[in-house]
Design a protein around this ligand. Structure first.
Ligand code: ADP
Ligand code: MG
Length: 314
């Protein structure tokens, strides 16, 4: 597996002292779709802008195709297409001229065949002579993608491509992203919709409070989201977990007054009956039992409390 973007201990402190990125490291694999998932204000746009060299990092480094984004900016930037979060287009410009112009900005020779292909792939060819202000929000978003693809980048960053977009357009956008991946482009997108990351990503990175909390294969992460917890309140407190319960995924809580058992709802056997039998065999009496679904928020909280996991993001 080839690494196409290497992010090493990237930090960003804005003027005024706000630390928006707290030192994340990440290798992006050629050809993958990586979704960076995080709430508003998490630092997603800051991360993307810094990786693309639009914002200067305070420390750390980024290499794209082996080129340093600061010392070898032109070569690194030439490999990148960036679709910004905010739609900004010249209102009176036509679609085709806007896209051609973007290509020119990278010093690339005019290539009408490539521009036509990009516009056709994004279902914009029929609109090529429309002024950008005449387009719907979804079509404008496509023009931004076309502009970002105009110079044939190998890596495409999409910053919240579907924020404020209706369900149908969102699915449309997912299709576009899947097609781009099929054509060999590596895609990094940010989103605050878990369903979006689930629908299209190969890997999911979770970012919160300027920290990259984890980067994991989607399937493994979704499996953790499918976990449930059984909270077992005991009649007598325990100082430690009994040997006989060592096989179970158990945590001692409330100063030993409760056990929390984590299990997979998709598994053939939850292990609950076996656990209850084991508790009885140990002479432990149960006062109350509750279940709760693990949410992405729980996973955030677990990660923040368990700082050791941050190393996994490397
Ligand atoms: N230019 C700036 N100056 C100071 N603070 C900023 C600037 N841009 C963003 N921030 C702050 O950095 C944090 C992360 O912002 P951002 O990267 O836009 O988050 P996201 O894209 O995940 O919503 C926020 O708290 C935001 O207010
Ligand atoms: Mg943002």
């Amino acid at each position: 597996m080839t690494t196409i973007v290497e992010i090493d201990d990237l930090k960003k402190v804005y003027d005024g002292g706000f630390e928006a990125l707290k030192g994340g490291s990440l290798d992006i694999r050629e050809g993958e779709i990586l979704a960076l998932l995080g709430p508003n204000g998490a630092g997603k746009t800051t991360l993307i802008s810094t990786v693309c060299g639009i914002t200067n990092a305070t420390s750390g480094s980024v290499r794209v195709g082996g080129h340093d984004i600061v010392t070898d900016f032109r070569a690194a930037r030439a490999m990148i297409g960036l679709v910004p979060q905010e739609i900004s287009l010249e209102p009176f410009e036509t679609v085709i001229r806007a896209v051609r112009y973007s290509r020119g900005l990278f010093g690339c020779k005019r290539d009408d065949a490539h521009i036509e292909k990009v516009l056709r792939d994004l279902s914009l060819w029929d609109k090529r002579n429309a002024k950008t202000m005449e387009l719907s929000g979804g079509m404008k978003r496509r023009v931004l993608i076309a502009k970002a693809l105009s110079h044939q980048p190998r890596v495409l960053f999409l910053d919240e491509p579907t924020a404020g977009v209706d369900v149908e357009l969102r699915r449309d956008m997912w299709k576009v992203v899947a097609e781009l991946k099929a054509s060999g482009v590596t895609i990094i997108l940010t989103t605050h919709y878990i369903e979006e990351a689930e629908a299209i990503a190969d890997r999911i990175g979770v970012i919160s409070g300027g920290q990259l909390l984890l980067v994991e294969e989607k399937d493994a992460l979704m499996q953790r989201l499918g976990q449930k917890q059984l909270c077992i309140e005991l009649q007598q407190s325990l100082n430690e977990l009994p040997e006989a319960l060592a096989d179970f995924d158990l945590d001692l809580c409330d100063d030993g007054a409760s056990l929390v058992y984590t299990y997979d709802t998709a598994a053939e056997r939850t292990g609950i009956a076996r656990l209850i039998a084991a508790l009885t065999a140990e002479g432990l009496n149960v006062r109350d039992i509750q279940t709760r679904q693990k949410s992405l928020e729980d996973i955030f909280v677990d990660l923040v409390h368990n700082t050791g996991n941050k190393e996994d993001a490397a």
